[in-house]
Write a protein of this length. Structure first.
Length: 194
């Protein structure tokens, strides 16, 4: 999983400009999206711990400690042509520039005008819905810090997270994430970034 996570970091913009800053998601992918040159690659993530379906990591970006919690889908319905890795991430930074910042790595470019829906509940497909309207480098972001906090709070209290999105080619994709272990992984990430 760690090797996959390193690739995900490079693919999703954490290797470049401050992708984790809520107000400024990355406008462009890094110059080397595969992370094959040392200059474009961040330091390899360090595992803080693995907690059922979730894991916590730290890494350095331009001399700055960053922490995040991440999981990959446990199930997918539908699909997008040439889809890359998918994940849900909650990012932290010790200086609070990024605090509980939620992003969804889609693995494809979403269709213009189509938002990403996040449903969090005790049972798959039923629960509280959130709409993500910010997009950059194949990722969907919460619009505000307040929305981030609401999503994280719901993730701590429930069992499932469902992502519904539509690709640029009109393909519908539904990813299911098991929230088992999220709370412990989140706490480990927050502690590592103090």
């Amino acid at each position: 999983m760690q090797k996959c996570l390193f690739v995900l970091l490079a693919l999703t913009g954490l290797a470049g400009a401050p992708a984790w800053a809520q107000e400024t998601p990355p406008a462009d992918p890094p110059a080397d999206p595969a992370g094959t040159t040392a200059a474009a690659s961040p330091a390899a993530p360090t595992a803080v711990g693995s907690f059922k379906s979730w894991a916590a990591y730290t890494f350095e970006d331009k001399g700055r400690l960053m922490c995040y919690t991440q999981s990959e889908p446990t199930g997918t319905i539908g699909g997008a042509e040439q889809r890359g890795p998918a994940a849900v991430m909650v990012i932290q930074a010790p200086d609070a520039t990024a605090k509980d910042q939620v992003s969804v790595v889609l693995g494809f470019t979403p269709q213009d005008g189509k938002n990403v829906t996040v449903t969090i509940g005790a049972k798959p497909g039923k629960g509280k819905k959130f709409t993500l309207k910010k997009f950059a480098v194949g990722r969907a972001w919460a619009e505000t810090g307040s929305q981030d906090k609401q999503i994280v709070s719901a993730m701590k209290r429930n069992n499932y997270l469902i992502i519904d999105a539509v690709s640029a080619k009109g393909e519908k994709v539904r990813d299911t994430y098991n929230l088992s272990g999220f709370g412990k992984a989140y706490d480990a990430s927050v502690k590592a970034c103090k």
